[in-house]
Design a protein around this ligand. Structure first.
Ligand code: KIV
Ligand code: ZN
Length: 385
């Protein structure tokens, strides 16, 4: 039997807070509508107490989008919770996401507090949020660097206080996949009431481990993943939605059910990239320009014989029309023949050999060989004959 993994998108909160990525309300609604088309379960729409603009965006997104749950972030502070509840009043299903730092760095250095006082504040915040909404998610900020025994006490206390989802953020992107997975397994085994809540992952990418950590977490019992489009987010970013979704979808043996319309992945990536003004790196997994482009002769030959030799995902599955065979000085005869056929020219034998030599001479001088270049080469060869 497959198990549901909830997709919690925080592009409009964790990514939007990055300098340069700010969106206005109209742009946020456009992204939220696209996320709804993509099929995410929860949209974290903002941090309402942070500014009137963010408050207003949460209100307008709650009106514009009806399928996903709309979530608003707060600190473990009554005023934040009241403002979040007010911003969510139009949501069909609203969730308050409240929390506090639980690592020694947060308890002693940032908050100048004590472990017992943190638990008291966490419980109070969750209980207070439950007065406004039924769905309350608690985050233990910097859980990645929080001692397991203490983290388990915090999580048990907030579940007893009414948290429906418990978020275990690797806020600093510090954990290795086996450590993060073990942390989730520890909570599954040591928190008496853990089955009354959904365990959520929230991984940052400071060591490039965010996707691997997220997958390790779901293999150990987490059932919600917090992600962003294109992996945008604080510092090195968050777990990329497209990577987790396609990793799960490629590995059917994981047996998870996502409910994501993967064909909307490229459209979502392009929209967020253009509105947030952050170009997608060409080699970015799934959504980069080169993710479905084959350039070496050996690979091109294989792909032209059977796509599966070098493609683990069919490009159409993520909304890319087709993969491309790029012509460079590393391309082989098979790739050249394939492109020539597309412009209606089908040389064989010696004719193909001559053209291939001419093509290599040109490709050594020029980075990109265009259709026009091929037409010229083919035209020259035809007139020579
Ligand atoms: O990274 C983090 O810990 C967060 C929390 C506010 C959930 O973004
Ligand atoms: Zn975060």
């Amino acid at each position: 039997m497959t198990e549901k993994i909830y997709i919690f998108d925080t592009t409009l909160r964790d990514a939007e807070q990055v300098p340069g990525c700010q969106l206005n309300t109209i742009e946020k609604i456009e992204v939220a509508r696209q996320l709804e088309k993509l099929g995410v379960d929860i949209i974290e729409a903002g941090f309402p107490v942070s500014s009137p603009g963010d408050f207003n965006s949460v209100v307008e997104i709650s009106k514009a989008v009806t399928n996903p749950t709309i979530c608003a972030l707060t600190r473990a502070v009554k005023k934040d919770i009241e403002v979040a509840a007010e911003a969510l009043k139009f949501a069909q299903r609203g969730r308050i996401h409240t929390g506090i730092g639980t690592s020694d760095y947060h308890i002693y250095e940032k908050l100048n507090s004590t472990p017992e006082e943190i638990i008291r504040q966490a419980v109070e915040a969750v209980k207070y949020a439950r007065r406004f909404v039924e769905d309350v998610e608690f985050y233990a900020e910097d859980a990645g660097r929080t001692a397991e025994e203490y983290l388990a006490r915090v999580i048990e206390a907030v579940i007893q206080a009414g948290a429906t989802v418990v978020n275990i953020p690797d806020t600093t992107g510090y954990c290795l996949p086996n450590e993060y997975g073990a942390k989730i397994a520890y909570l599954k085994n040591h928190v008496p009431n853990i089955d009354k809540a959904i365990i959520s992952t929230h991984c940052h990418n400071d060591l490039g481990m965010a996707t691997a950590n997220t997958i390790a977490a779901i293999q150990n019992g987490a059932r919600q993943v917090e992600v962003t489009i294109n992996g945008l987010g604080e510092r090195a970013g968050n777990t990329a939605l497209e990577e987790v979704v396609m990793a799960i979808s490629c590995h059917k043996n994981l047996n998870f059910d996502l409910g994501i319309n993967t064909r909307q992945i490229i459209a979502s990536s392009q929209l967020v990239s253009s509105l947030m003004r952050v170009p997608v790196q060409p080699n970015k997994a799934i959504v980069g320009r080169n993710a479905f482009a084959h350039s070496s002769g050996i690979h091109q030959d294989g792909v032209l014989k059977s796509r599966e030799t070098y493609e683990i995902i069919a490009p159409e599955e993520v909304g890319v029309d087709q993969s491309s065979i790029i012509l460079t000085a590393r391309s082989g005869r098979a790739a050249l023949k394939h492109h020539l056929k597309e412009i209606g020219y089908t040389p064989e034998g010696e004719e193909l050999d001559i053209l291939y030599q001419k093509f290599l001479e040109l490709a050594d001088k020029k980075k990109d060989i265009t259709t026009r270049d091929l037409e010229v080469l083919a035209g020259m060869e035809k007139s020579r004959k």
